[in-house]
Design a protein around this ligand. Structure first.
Ligand SMILES: Cc1cc2nc3c(=O)[nH]c(=O)nc-3n(C[C@H](O)[C@H](O)[C@H](O)COP(=O)(O)O)c2cc1C
Length: 202
């Protein structure tokens, strides 16, 4: 069945390395694609108003509602590495998952987020430190209840010297990621909520 894929694009550059690999992914990715740009969509940072501590809902209405709609089969995080993590607007998106934190830790109720297949596109200017950003990326996947990106990562580094458009391995990996996201989960896939499992509720 055709899938619905959310791509969260963390690059401000419309024709940059991340954009190149997203375009390559789209050559094989089927179904409907919704793209949220951390820089161009309007998504405010959490302001710690604490409403969610009692309701598990965010009171701020902006383009985060596209992500909150939670009606995707797949989610792709596509981002450059900035100072060893994701660019600030990506971290602002991450901050807006505080209602889930409230559900899980303050209210101790299921967060009710549907399971998704995860895909990762990561670009870095230098050669060695792209892995430093993985802490926040894993955190974002966890908030999206997305899993299964391992083995299908699309990573290009050294873009200061070689742009993604010339990284044949990364371009091939992007096309392979599209094919992977088109596939259904295997019959025996464990789709229990990752946090319910961690919290011993599942
Ligand atoms: C503010 C800023 C911080 C950056 N920090 C890092 C970094 O910590 N490590 C790294 O390898 N590259 C870093 N880079 C380089 C980008 O990761 C690299 O140019 C990337 O390919 C940009 O992707 P884009 O063209 O899709 O925007 C940084 C770039 C900027 C503008």
């Amino acid at each position: 069945m055709a899938k619905r894929t959310l791509i969260i694009n963390g690059s401000p550059r419309p024709r940059g390395n991340t954009a190149t690999l997203i375009a390559e992914l789209k050559k094989t990715l089927e179904g409907e694609v919704v793209e949220v740009s951390a820089f161009r969509n309007k998504i405010a940072s959490c302001v710690d108003c604490r409403s969610c501590a009692t309701t598990a809902k965010c009171v701020v209405r902006d383009d985060m509602d596209i992500i909150y709609a939670d009606d995707f089969d797949n989610v792709v995080i596509a981002t450059p590495v900035w100072f060893g993590t994701m660019p600030g607007p990506m971290l602002e998106i991450l901050s807006r998952f505080q209602p889930q934190h409230a559900a899980m830790f303050f209210l101790d109720i299921p967060r009710g987020i549907s399971p998704k297949k995860a895909g990762l596109i990561l670009t870095a200017g230098s050669k060695k430190n792209e892995q430093n950003s993985m802490h926040h990326i894993r955190c974002l996947f966890s908030m999206l209840n997305a899993r299964g990106y391992e083995g299908y990562e699309v990573i290009t580094n050294n873009t200061d010297e070689v742009p993604a458009s010339e990284d044949e391995a990364a371009l091939a990996a992007a096309r392979r990621l599209g094919e992977y996201l088109n596939e259904d989960w295997p019959e025996d896939a464990d789709l229990r909520d990752l946090w319910d499992v961690k919290r011993g509720r599942a």
